[in-house]
Design a protein around this ligand. Structure first.
Ligand SMILES: Cc1cc2nc3c(=O)[nH]c(=O)nc-3n(C[C@H](O)[C@H](O)[C@H](O)COP(=O)(O)O)c2cc1C
Length: 364
C-alpha cells in the first residue's frame, strides 16, 4: 500500500518513493536511483580536477534517472589558499599535539593523493565546483553549511531544483529569502555537520515556516516507520545518509564497516575535531584523543583539516581498525551488517507498509 505512497515532490522529480539518499559514492547514488529514490551525490571530498570527468561518468550511468548534487559551501574560508602556506602557519602547540598522536598511534603516512591531503576549502575551490555542477544535467543542487544567492539563481535559471540543508528556523528563513525551493530539515541526530536541535523537534518548526516550499526530514532516520512518521509530520520525504555506508555499493573499508556495525547511537558524538565545525561522527581512538584533558581546542574550518587531513586520509587508506571513523548519525543503530541498496529499499518500503497497517488498525 505505502509502496505506492508518493508526495507532490516525488511527482515533481519523477521518483517512485519519498526516499532521498545522500552519498559520496557514485555506485550508491546509481543504486538509489535504480531503486526509485532520489540520490544526491556529495562532491565536497572530490579533487577539483577530477570533478568534470566524474560528473560525465555520473551522467552516463544515470541515463534518464533524476539525481542531485550536493556542495558544502561554508563562508569565511580564504579566497585562495595554498596548503603549504597554511601548514607553515599552523599554531605550533596544535602541530606538536598531532605529531604526538601520530607517534602514539603509529599513523602511517598516506600514500595516495586525496582531497584531504592536497586541498583546502577556499572560494576558488568552491567556484570550480559550482561551475562543474551547473554544467551537469543534475536535476537538483543541494547546499550545506553555507548559502550562495548567486548559485541559487544560476541553478534555477538552468531548471535545477534547489535544496538547502537547514538546522534552525533562522537558517530556513534565510534560505527561503534567497529563493531556495526545498528545505532539508536536518536535525542534531544526523551524521555530518549539524546544529543543536533534534530532528523530531526541528521538523515541525521548519514545516511551519516553509509555506509552500516542500520540506524533507533528515537526521537519525533509518527505518520505514520513521520515513512514514516524518511524512505524517508534514515532510514530503526523508533524506538519509548514514544507512548507505552499510551498502556493498559504498565499498566501505572493512574496519570501518565493522565499527559501524558494532556501534550504537550512543557511540556517535558531535565534535569539531574532524573539520573544525560541529560534526557528528562515530567514535574511535582518534576522536577520543581530542576529548582528553591535554588536547587543545580544535582549530576552525578549514584549518583543522589542514592540520589533520593527512591523518584522516591515512586511517582510511590503511583501514586502521583502532582509529578509523566517519561522519555517522544516530541512525547508525540500523546498521547490522553489509547489505545492498536494493535490500535497504525493500526493508524501508516494507516497514513503511507495516507502520501504515498499524495506523489503520488503531484508526479502526
Ligand atoms: C559520511 C557522511 C558524509 C556527509 N557529508 C555531507 C556533505 O558533504 N554534504 C552534506 O550536505 N551533507 C553531508 N552529510 C549529511 C547528510 O546529507 C544527511 O543530512 C545526514 O546523513 C542525515 O542523517 P543520517 O546520517 O542520520 O541519515 C554527510 C553524512 C554522512 C553520514
Amino acid at each position: 500500500m505505502t509502496k505506492a505512497l508518493r508526495t507532490p515532490l516525488c511527482d515533481r522529480l519523477g521518483i517512485r518513493h519519498p526516499i532521498f539518499g545522500f552519498s559520496h559514492s557514485v555506485d550508491v547514488a546509481v543504486a538509489i536511483a535504480q531503486a526509485g529514490g532520489f540520490p544526491v551525490l556529495g562532491l565536497a571530498r572530490e579533487m577539483p580536477h577530477e570533478i568534470p570527468e566524474l560528473l560525465a561518468q555520473v551522467q552516463q550511468r544515470m541515463g534518464e534517472m533524476p539525481y542531485g548534487i550536493d556542495l558544502m559551501l561554508p563562508s569565511a574560508v580564504p579566497q585562495q589558499a595554498s596548503l603549504e602556506g597554511l601548514r607553515a602557519a599552523l599554531p605550533p602547540a596544535h602541530v606538536a599535539f598531532v605529531e604526538g598522536l601520530r607517534q602514539r598511534f603509529q599513523v602511517a603516512p598516506p600514500v595516495k593523493p586525496s582531497f584531504f591531503t592536497t586541498q583546502v576549502r577556499s572560494e576558488a575551490l568552491f567556484e570550480a565546483q559550482i561551475e562543474a555542477v551547473l554544467a551537469s544535467n543534475a536535476r537538483g543542487i543541494a547546499t550545506a553549511i553555507g548559502l550562495r544567492a548567486d548559485l541559487i539563481e544560476r541553478a534555477k535559471a538552468r531548471g535545477k531544483l534547489t535544496f538547502s540543508l537547514v538546522g534552525s528556523v533562522r537558517h530556513a528563513r534565510k534560505a527561503l529569502a534567497m529563493g531556495v525551493e526545498v528545505l532539508v530539515a536536518q536535525g542534531y541526530d544526523a551524521g555530518g555537520h549539524t546544529g543543536p536541535v533534534g530532528t523530531l523537534s526541528l521538523l515541525p518548526q521548519i514545516v511551519a515556516v516553509a509555506g509552500d516550499a516542500p520540506v524533507l526530514a533528515a537526521g537519525g532516520i533509518a527505518t520505514g516507520a520513521q520515513v512514514l512518521g516524518t511524512i505524517a509530520m508534514g515532510a514530503q520525504g526523508a533524506w538519509l545518509g548514514t544507512l548507505w555506508m552499510a551498502a556493498r555499493e559504498n565499498h566501505t573499508p572493512p574496519a570501518l564497516l565493522q565499527r559501524l556495525i558494532a556501534s550504537g547511537s550512543e557511540d556517535t558524538l558531535i565534535t569539531r575535531a574532524h573539520s573544525g565545525k560541529p560534526c557528528r561522527v562515530v567514535r574511535s581512538d582518534w576522536i577520543d584523543a581530542w576529548g582528553e584533558a591535554e588536547a587543545p581546542q580544535p582549530l576552525g574550518m578549514p584549518l583543522q583539516q589542514v592540520l589533520t587531513g593527512d591523518v584522516f586520509a591515512s586511517i582510511h587508506e590503511h583501514d586502521n581498525p583502532r582509529l578509523i571513523y566517519e561522519a555517522a548519525g544516530q541512525s547508525i543503530f540500523a546498521i547490522e551488517g553489509e547489505t545492498s541498496v536494493a535490500e535497504q529499499f525493500d526493508r524501508l518500503l516494507g516497514e513503511m507498509d507495516a507502520a501504515w497497517g498499524r495506523l489503520q488498525r488503531f484508526a479502526a
